[in-house]
Design a protein. Structure first.
Length: 203
């Protein structure tokens, strides 16, 4: 099999009370696992088995919908688990904090704009903090399992995602029901800024 489900880097209940254990169990063990299984089935016996998920996403327009949907789902969720952590949140430090201030004025304004992108995404999708080719930061959102790496029109701002928030209902509905803005607000209590910093400074 070309791809495998990554293990969570913390216990299922580690992000409580912000994200509950039952949601994490279903989200990771069922939803993400299904994306991995379906992606592997879609590329079985094909050259894509030897590519990284980043390479597949960057050329996603070449592939059928099954690869786009499930490849995006695998990439997006693999990032999502790592940019959260227990006993995390607060404000960023270091180079990513400087870049956030340069792009958005201050951290609170950044959060306001990011929350707006997440809450305003109609239907299912993601909100992203993206590092563009020139090293600057931008906020964007994508529908379904698309992401800013993809060479598709729905990725209006292209670049490398360094922070992502899943706003599919399966990510929050058990705990927050239709209160997506409350879920978005809770996300800031679990953001793993050290991982975001690592992604921002990576070459």
């Amino acid at each position: 099999m070309a791809f495998t489900l990554p293990a969570l880097p913390y216990a299922l209940n580690a992000l409580e009370p912000h994200i509950d254990a039952r949601t994490m169990e279903i989200h990771h063990g069922k939803h993400h696992n299904a994306y991995v299984t379906n992606l592997n089935n879609a590329i079985a016996g094909k050259p894509e088995e030897n590519l990284s998920i980043e390479e597949i996403c960057k050329n996603i327009s070449k592939y059928p919908a099954a690869v786009r949907n499930n490849g995006g789902g695998h990439y997006n969720h693999s990032l999502f688990w790592t940019v959260m952590a227990p006993h995390a949140g607060g404000a960023p430090k270091g180079a990513v904090a400087d870049a956030i201030h340069a792009a958005f004025g201050n951290f609170e304004e950044f959060k306001t704009k990011f929350n707006a992108a997440a809450a305003g995404r109609f239907g299912s999708g993601w909100a992203w903090l993206v590092k563009s080719a020139d090293g600057k930061l931008a906020i964007t959102s994508t529908p379904n399992q698309d992401n800013p790496l993809m060479d598709v029109a729905t990725a209006e701002i292209k670049g490398t995602p360094i922070l992502g928030l899943d706003v599919w209902e399966h990510a929050y509905y058990l705990h927050y029901q239709n209160r997506r803005p409350d879920y978005c607000a809770a996300f800031w209590h679990v953001v793993n800024w050290s991982e975001v910093e690592k992604r921002f400074t990576a070459k």
